[in-house]
Every structure is written in structure tokens, then in C-alpha cells.
Design a protein around this ligand. Structure first.
Ligand SMILES: [Ca+2]
Length: 333
């Protein structure tokens, strides 16, 4: 699954930037370096491919790449190692706040009809859909101010470490703009190319976005209906179990059974964990597949079982802390 491969640290930094210092929004242009991408050999190869394999107009692409800006701040952001990895005790309070909870309740109230329609159609609870939008963009408020064409061009051609991935996303991005007939100058997002209220990268947008308001377009920047439907469809396509639980806190007597690295994918069953002395709430089906997680906080370690739906949330963002934060926020909504 390569639909959302921005790694955990980048995503965390990005989300923290959105969440904590959103007031300091940077304009893409402020950190741009002049350079003509259209004249570069590697870009010419890329343009050729887009013309020959995907039917793009050469003159159009040459013109666009000639005016593409190299964004130095994008390169700085992506290369910057996070100061330190956050543990659960530090991560949770960033996302599960009273403010985000209250705004989430209002969001649900305001978009109840659409959220309920999405739940009915895709089997994904209203609260989970709302929590994702709440964590990703503060319910649509912070969707990123980078011109995604510039950031993907910069990363695709000037960040060798991940150029394959970003060139592929750039290709997906151009195809998306063509299919949806959107001017690439208006397609904004995070420095790593996550777009709109649900922060879909281009390949996810093409694959999972749906037109949920029926106007014939999939618009994740402006149509809240499309956003809601698309998030629900994403989860449904990744195997969301209708009516299933996400995670449950447990007590572990023998901590040596905890696998290091917090595997996100279920690798055992609840019955097996019970047999290993894990105490959990009643009513959980023993046959259900699960993973056992250890989450560190300043008040000591917490142990959780993550079920299939927990794993599905990590398909949106490959971090167990992210999935747990979404789950906790959804529980408060
Ligand atoms: Ca639409």
C-alpha cells in the first residue's frame, strides 16, 4: 500500500505545524529559488513520458515547468529530522483537545445529514470521519498553502532520496488536474503534496476521492460533501469493519509478550492474548484478530489491543499514535 507514504515524522511535524503554529502560514513564493526546470534533462525525460504515454500537450507542460518554482523551504522541511520522537503522552494532547472536540461536535451538527449518509453507504461511523478531518485539517480550516505543483516538482527533481516517489506523485498530480479539469496553479496543499480538507496525496485523490454532492466533480478543497464521502470511501476500500471496534485498553501481566515496535497489523487473536494473561473488557470476541500495543506516557506505560479497524486507520497515516489519536478524538465526539 503506497497511497500515503509520507512517513510518520514528517506527518507529525506537518500536523504540529498546522495545529500549533498555523498563524505563521508561509507563502510558497517567499522561499523560492529561481531555476528553469523545463531546461533540465531529467525534466525533459519526464515531460516526454507525460506527452507520449499520457497524452499531455508538450507546449503546455514546458510552459508550466519553465515557471515552476524550486521551494527551498520544502527541501528544508522534508530533510529536517524531527527534534525528537513524540511518545503517546506527548502526542495525544496535541490532537485530543477540548477545542478540537468542541469544534468537532459543531462540525457533526452542521454536516449531520451528509455524515449519516456516508456512514450508511460506507459503514464508517460519523465520529471517525469527523475525527480524521479534525486531525488532518482542523475540520477543513488548515489545508496547506503550498502550490503543490511547485512542491512536487521540487521534491521530484531536487530531493534524490525520494525522487522516485515524488515524481510518481507529480505524474498522478498532473493526471488528476487533467481528469478533474482543475488549474494546477490553484491546487494547494502541504509541503509534501497532501491536498484539501482530508489531505489526500495525488494518488489517493485519484483512487479514493468520490463525488458525494453529485455535481460531477471531486473537489476536496471546497466541497465538504465530497470530503466526507471520500474519507469514508478510503476507509471502506481499506477494509473497515462495519460495527467493529477500533481499540481497547488492556492490562498486561507479563510485559515480555509485548512485541517491540508496536506492530500496526493484527498478528494474533484476542483469545490468544487472553491466554497469555492479557485482561480486557468483556464482550470482545476472542476470534478477532488483534495487535498488542505499548504506549508510553509520563505516568507510565499504557497497553492497548488494536483491532482490524485500528489497522485501517493506520492505512491513512502509517503511525499507531496517529490512529490512536483519531480514535480517542472520535470517542469524544
Ligand atoms: Ca462534487
Amino acid at each position: 500500500m503506497k497511497t500515503r507514504t509520507e512517513n510518520f515524522l514528517q506527518r507529525t511535524v506537518q500536523i504540529i505545524l498546522f495545529g500549533l503554529v498555523s498563524a505563521v502560514s508561509t507563502s510558497s513564493c517567499a522561499f523560492a529559488t529561481q531555476q528553469n526546470y523545463a531546461q533540465r534533462e531529467d525534466v525533459k525525460v519526464f515531460i516526454n513520458e507525460m506527452v507520449e504515454q499520457h497524452g499531455f500537450d508538450r507546449v503546455y507542460l514546458e510552459k508550466k515547468f519553465a515557471s515552476a518554482k524550486r521551494l527551498d523551504n520544502v527541501l528544508e522541511s522534508i530533510a529536517k529530522p524531527a527534534e525528537k520522537e513524540l511518545n503517546w503522552g506527548q502526542y495525544r494532547p496535541i490532537f485530543v483537545t477540548e477545542k478540537r472536540t468542541n469544534k468537532g461536535k459543531k462540525f457533526i451538527e452542521q454536516h449531520k445529514v451528509t455524515l449519516q449518509r456516508a456512514e450508511k453507504e460506507y459503514g464508517v461511523p460519523v465520529e471517525i470521519i469527523a475525527a480524521i478531518i479534525g486531525v488532518e485539517s482542523y475540520y477543513g480550516k488548515h489545508t496547506g498553502r503550498y502550490t503543490v505543483f511547485d512542491s512536487l516538482t521540487t521534491l521530484g527533481f531536487d530531493y534524490p532520496k525520494r525522487s522516485k516517489f515524488f515524481k510518481s506523485e507529480l505524474k498522478q498530480f498532473l493526471l488528476l488536474s487533467k481528469e478533474e479539469n482543475i488549474d494546477i496553479e490553484t491546487m494547494t496543499g502541504s509541503y509534501a503534496g497532501a491536498m484539501g480538507m482530508p489531505q489526500f496525496i495525488s494518488s489517493s485523490y485519484r483512487r479514493y476521492a468520490v463525488d458525494f454532492d453529485g455535481d460531477g466533480k471531486r473537489d476536496l478543497w471546497n466541497s465538504i460533501d465530497d470530503v466526507i464521502g471520500s474519507v469514508a470511501n478510503y476507509f471502506s476500500e481499506h477494509g473497515w469493519v462495519k460495527g467493529g471496534e477500533v481499540a481497547s485498553q488492556v492490562t498486561v501481566t507479563d510485559t515480555s509478550i509485548v512485541k517491540p515496535g508496536n506492530p500496526q497489523k493484527p498478528y494474533t487473536t484476542l483469545a490468544q492474548l487472553r491466554a497469555q494473561g492479557v485482561k480486557m473488557k468483556q464482550g470482545l470476541d476472542g476470534k478477532e484478530e488483534a495487535t498488542l500495543l505499548k504506549l508510553e506516557t509520563s505516568r507510565g506505560d499504557e497497553y492497548w489491543v488494536g483491532l482490524k479497524n485500528f489497522y485501517v486507520i493506520t492505512r491513512y497515516n502509517h503511525s499507531e499514535l496517529y490512529a490512536m489519536a483519531v480514535f480517542h478524538l472520535s470517542e469524544k465526539l
